[in-house]
Design a protein around this ligand. Sequence first.
Ligand code: CA
Length: 224
Amino acid sequence: MRILLVEDEIGLAEAVGAILRRESYTVDICYDGKSGLKSAMTGVYDCIVLDIMLPGMNGLDVLTYLRVKEIDTPVLLLTAKSETIDKINGLDCGADDYLTKPFSTGELLARLRALTRRRNAAPDINPKYGDITLDLKKGEIICGGDSVIVGRKEFQMLEMLIANAGQIVTKEMFVKKVWGNDDDSEYNNVEVYISFLRKKLTMLHSHVNIRTKRGVGYCLEKLS
Ligand code: CA
């Protein structure tokens, strides 16, 4: 689970970040609205915890922009004000839930669990594309009567490709979601894992192919 935390109060942001990491979430922190928006636009997060009062661009504007751009990541708004009007504005802008500061750790964690559960309970439990199905529980690729177990990174990458079928998944998106930081050295690993996946698709005699768009990324295609 990957969480984006956008909060300008450094002490609070770091404390919340530490709590979430202790709960095994991967956490990225942005301290202003514009950098928060830039990170959120990648679409790689399972949930965004977004403060309303932020320097540069406020949380409601960030949220509005995300929804206009069809980024549907669940958003938990943090508000220092308890006025009903802010809650209504926030929900109107496309927030999934809100939390009024000061909040307890337990409450934050419970809201996050609810939001990420709702998202993961989406109908596409076992993603499918062409002749392949991903078994999320077993970590297998199924094709016809055959199946093959794949490593966690490969599996996540194929899941991303299926979720973005018809579109290109860039190396940057893979690195951010699967490796979880901006370390350039990981870029070569993307190619390595893609080649593992291709071998497995070939082993399964699948008609699904991972096509390389040179210098851009990868996308799935069905070979006839
Ligand atoms: Ca603030």
